[in-house]
Design a protein around this ligand. Structure first.
Ligand code: SF4
Ligand code: MG
Length: 322
C-alpha cells in the first residue's frame, strides 16, 4: 500500500479584487495546483521537479495540512487526511515532517540548538524528561553536529550545519514521511552532496519516505526512486528516475534537461530549449498549459487538455503520446 496518496488535488487561492471585479461579482483565483495525482510507497523517494511557482511547494505543504485543498483527496496509510479536526490532525503532525529550503529562517534565532530540537519533542510528549538531553545529543550525532555545540545559537553555525539542525528537528518527531522542500538549493555546492548523502543515510536507517522538491532535475537524480515533473500545477510526466533520465518523453521534461548546464559532451541535448514565460496561473491557457511554449504544439493542444497516458512504467500527459 502507498504511504501517501494524492488524488486529483486542486488548490486555488482567492485573490483580492479591485472595484470593478467586486462590482461585477467576479472572484479571481491563483490556480496553484490543478489536478495532481500520485502515490509514494513506503521507503521510497519521489522527486517533484518544476520551475518556481509551478505548485510543487503548495502540493507538499497541503499534504502536511498547512493548506486546505480546494478539492481532491490526500490519503496517509489509506486514510483520508483532508478536512480533519485539529484533534484528529494532531498525530499526523508528528508522522509527517518538513525540511525547509532556508534553514536559517526556520530556526528561532533566540533559541539554543538543544531547545530548538527539544521543542517538538516536549509538545508531543515523545521522550520522558529525564531522557530528553541524551535523546537530543544522539540526534545531533546522527545528523553530524557535535553535541558539545548544544548550547549554541543558530547564527553560530554554517548554512550546512543549520540544515543539519533542521533535519535533526524533523527527525526528533520520529516521522514516517518527510517533505523536503528544496533542502539544498540555498547551500554551497560543496555542501549539497553531504546533505543529500545524510538524507539518504537517514532514510535507510529509519525507513523514511520522502517527497523531495527541487527546481533542478540534476538534484533529484541520485536521491529519487521516481520523478514527477510539474508544470503550472499539473504533472506532465512521472516515472522511474533512470527511465526519465535516459528517455524523457514529455516536451517540457526534455526542455528541463536542456536547461541543465552541460559539463560533459556525453550529456544529452534535445534542442527543446525553453522560451517564453510561464503563463499566468490566474488566467490559465486553454488546452495543454504548456502549448504557448511548446515547439510541437498542434491545433488539438490549444483546445484540449491532454490526459495522463500510461506507457510501460511511465505516465505522460501529452497529445504526442499515442
Ligand atoms: Fe506540446 Fe501539445 Fe504535448 Fe502540450 S500536448 S506538450 S503542447 S505537444
Ligand atoms: Mg517552492
Amino acid at each position: 500500500m502507498a504511504l501517501v496518496e494524492v488524488k486529483d488535488l486542486k488548490i486555488f487561492f482567492p485573490i483580492k479584487s479591485g472595484f470593478f471585479s467586486r462590482w461585477r461579482k467576479e472572484q479571481k483565483y491563483i490556480h496553484a495546483v490543478n489536478g495532481v495525482s500520485f502515490k509514494i510507497n513506503k521507503g521510497e523517494t519521489l522527486g517533484l521537479v518544476g520551475e518556481s511557482g509551478c505548485g510543487k511547494s503548495t502540493t507538499g505543504r497541503t499534504i502536511l495540512g498547512l493548506y486546505e485543498p480546494t478539492s481532491g483527496d490526500i490519503l496517509f496509510e489509506g486514510q483520508s487526511i483532508v478536512n480533519l479536526l485539529p484533534k484528529e490532525r494532531f498525530p499526523y503532525r508528528r508522522k509527517m515532517q518538513m525540511i525547509f529550503q532556508d534553514p536559517y529562517s526556520s530556526l528561532n534565532p533566540r533559541m539554543k540548538v538543544k531547545e530548538i530540537i527539544a521543542e517538538p519533542i516536549i509538545t508531543h510528549k515523545l521522550v520522558p524528561e529525564e531522557e530528553l538531553e541524551d535523546f537530543i545529543f544522539q540526534l545531533m550525532e546522527k545528523v553530524g553536529i557535535d553535541p558539545d555545540y548544544a548550547n549554541r545559537y543558530p547564527h553560530q553555525f554554517s548554512g550546512g550545519q543549520r540544515q543539519r539542525i533542521g533535519i535533526a528537528r524533523a527527525l526528533a518527531m520520529q516521522p514516517d514521511f518527510i517533505v523536503a522542500d528544496e533542502p539544498i538549493s540555498a547551500l554551497d555546492v560543496s555542501i549539497q552532496a553531504q546533505i543529500l548523502n545524510l538524507l539518504m543515510d537517514l532514510q535507510e536507517e529509519f525507513g523514511l519516505t520522502y517527497l523531495f522538491i527541487a527546481h533542478d532535475l540534476s538534484v533529484v537524480k541520485h536521491i529519487s526512486d521516481r520523478v514527477a515533473i510539474m508544470y503550472l500545477g499539473k504533472i506532465c510526466e512521472i516515472g522511474k528516475t533512470e527511465e526519465i533520465f535516459s528517455n524523457p518523453l514529455h516536451p517540457y521534461t526534455r526542455a528541463l534537461f536542456d536547461s541543465i548546464p552541460r559539463l560533459t559532451t556525453t550529456s544529452k541535448s534535445y534542442h527543446d530549449v525553453l522560451e517564453g514565460d510561464v503563463p499566468n496561473p490566474i488566467d490559465l491557457p486553454n488546452g495543454c498549459y504548456f502549448h504557448p511554449r511548446c515547439r510541437y504544439a498542434m491545433e488539438v493542444c490549444r483546445q484540449k487538455s491532454p490526459e495522463m497516458k500510461s506507457i510501460e512504467n511511465r505516465q505522460v500527459a501529452c497529445h504526442l503520446i499515442k
